[in-house]
Write a protein that binds this ligand. Structure first.
Ligand SMILES: [Zn+2]
Length: 281
């Protein structure tokens, strides 16, 4: 079965819906010009990072995959986007926090073995990871987003990946430290938007459909994990085709995986119960 399309999924960790719509000047400009569409998406509960990563990629809730905290990290047994794209004959890539490697490639994490790898047989064909080991209130230990975007672009151009994911904790770490109601956070959001804007046209030019979203939101005090619009609601920007729902429909985060698999042209496994929100053609 030949794949129909190639897709990049960009996950801006911890960017809430309201911050995205207010501060992503480039992304909003593309929406305004008609080049992109945007919907509100509601994340799973708990609205904890690891729980959301696992649900984004497997399409099942934390109550099924079992990732109930950032301490519950293991190789997941559920089918996920990487495995389905590989099974359909595609090449995958990841430039993310190491949790994604442990969930979907191999665990436990071995820094020397796993920090950078190229394995045509792995669920993740080409991985470039970072751990943020040593992060604290003074030092976020987050890589430069420009560097990470460049690395993802390298994977698209050097290896021709069919599906690639980008994930960075820059805004989440900032938000935990300073909260969202401050000039520093406005500035950080704008910097992320600009970094992304430097690379996004190049991906579109190369024929990728691109989704930009967040794993969860964050409150004005810099918290997430619970049940609240500020903690759960994120933006889902879509640079691609397909018929979608009305602009006021709130998307289910569990529908992200089956939607992207449908667009790529890979099989949607039976474990992904949510209906796709974009047509396959
Ligand atoms: Zn997060």
């Amino acid at each position: 079965m030949a794949l129909k399309r190639k897709i990049l999924l960009i996950i801006i960790d911890g960017q809430p819906w309201r911050a995205a719509r207010r501060l992503n000047g480039n992304l909003e400009g593309w929406v305004q010009s008609g080049a992109a569409r945007v919907w509100k998406m509601r994340c799973v509960l708990p609205s904890i990072s690891a729980s959301c990563y696992a649900s984004i990629h497997t399409g099942v809730p934390p109550q099924v995959h079992g990732v109930v905290s950032n301490a519950a990290i293991s190789r997941l047994s559920q089918a996920d986007i990487f495995g389905q794209v590989k099974a359909a004959g595609g090449k995958t890539g990841a430039v993310t926090h190491s949790f994604w490697s442990e969930f979907f490639n191999r665990a436990p994490w071995d820094a020397v073995r796993d920090i950078e790898y190229d394995d045509p047989d792995g669920p993740i064909s080409h991985g470039r990871f970072h751990t943020m080991t040593g992060a604290d209130g003074y030092n976020h230990t987050t890589p430069s987003d420009e560097d990470l975007f460049a690395t993802l672009t390298m994977l698209t151009e050097r290896f021709g990946i069919d599906y690639g994911i980008y994930h960075s904790c820059t805004l989440d770490s900032m938000g935990h430290r300073v909260g969202h109601d401050c000039a520093a956070m406005d500035h950080a959001n704008a910097k992320m938007d600009v970094a992304l804007a430097h690379f996004l046209p190049r991906w579109l030019e190369a024929g990728y459909e691109v989704a930009v979203t967040a794993d969860h939101g964050q409150t004005e005090r810099g918290h997430h994990g619970g049940r609240e619009d500020a903690q759960q609601d994120v933006a889902f920007y879509w640079f691609g085709g397909g018929d979608g729902p009305g602009e006021d429909v709130v998307l289910d985060q569990l529908a992200l995986a089956p939607t992207l698999l449908g667009r790529i042209g890979a099989e949607v496994p039976g474990s992904m119960k949510a209906a796709a929100f974009l047509s396959r053609d």
